[in-house]
Write a protein that binds this ligand. Structure first.
Ligand code: ZN
Length: 300
């Protein structure tokens, strides 16, 4: 696997004797690196890419889909629930334009269905529904070795943003149910969508359950967390943002405008300032003159 960063989800290459399957394709901006990493791991012995599959269809996991298909001519398989969203290229449901993120358009060749089994990289993978962060997401479980590929359903410390109940009442209960489902599996190693693989699944689930409980108690905190994560993503994408542009940005980009109207009801400049202060306190951004940049240790 290739441990990537926040902008690109990890890529996993499942190798077999004659062909490989790649799981997730990173963010569009990082396509050249993604292609180079995959080519290096496929080796020089002519192994072909049999298929590209997505755990779910967010920009940091499907952003390289179109480019990988151009390079290898391989079919693309996505979870069943993502198929209509990809077909209509629903910029809101896919958190693309709605969150100021981008991905190159692609079409779906194969559908991944929950509770079915696939052979990828000479291993058997059970596809399991993992709704919450993305209501259509799947996780992939190899029982023989206890390997679970989780996408953004479970990280070592938390999971991908979840929509507050006011936006999608199904999301938080689904997150809880997905964590409980993972807790029943005999997992020895999690390969998450972001961060290093980890073995202490129990501790990760513990942290995730605590987060879910805190979110359920405080929807406002949940909404602010989501905006903070999305703003950080955009900052990493753009590499810098003029502080003076943030109020206009927050009024213009759908998810910020909607969340502000629903949860905060603040002048855009106040909400922008709150988010920047939150990110500063977390040590992930700095103000440099009139410019906001990612803290240097986050730049890849
Ligand atoms: Zn995601």
């Amino acid at each position: 696997m290739f441990v990537r960063d926040w902008l690109s989800g990890n890529n996993i290459v499942l190798k077999s004797r004659d062909a490989c399957v790649v799981v997730d394709s990173g963010y569009g901006k990082h396509v050249p690196l993604t292609l180079a990493l995959i080519a290096s791991r496929m080796g020089l012995d002519g192994r072909t890419l049999a298929k590209l599959v997505n755990t779910h269809c967010h920009s940091d996991h499907m952003g390289g889909n179109a480019a990988i298909r151009r390079a290898y001519g391989c079919p693309i398989a996505v979870p069943e629930g993502e198929v209509p969203l990809i077909a209509s290229w629903d910029e809101r449901a896919l958190l693309l334009g709605y969150a100021d993120q981008r991905a190159e358009l692609f079409s779906v060749d194969e559908i991944l269905r929950a509770n079915t089994t696939e052979i990828w990289g000479d291993l058997e993978w059970r596809l399991l529904a993992a709704p919450g962060h993305d209501m259509a997401a799947l996780v992939f479980f190899n029982e023989e070795h206890g390997i679970l590929i989780t996408g953004d359903a479970l990280w070592e410390n938390g999971y991908g943003i979840v929509m507050p109940p006011e936006i999608d009442p199904r999301a938080l209960p689904a997150t809880q149910a997905t964590l409980e489902m993972i807790g029943k599996l005999d997992v020895r190693c999690v390969i998450p969508g972001h961060g290093e693989p980890f073995a202490d699944v129990e501790a990760a689930l513990d942290r995730a359950f605590r987060r879910t409980k805190a979110f359920a108690a405080e929807p406002l905190r949940m909404a602010r967390h989501a905006l903070r994560v999305l703003l950080m993503f955009t900052l990493l994408d753009r590499e810098q943002m003029a502080l003076a542009s943030l109020p206009e940005y927050i009024s213009r980009v759908g998810v910020y405008a909607d969340f502000n109207a629903l949860f905060f009801r603040l002048p855009p400049a106040s909400l922008a300032e709150q988010l920047v202060v939150d990110l500063e306190r977390a040590g992930v951004v700095r103000r440099d003159g009139g410019v906001l940049t990612p803290a240097s240790n986050l730049v890849h």
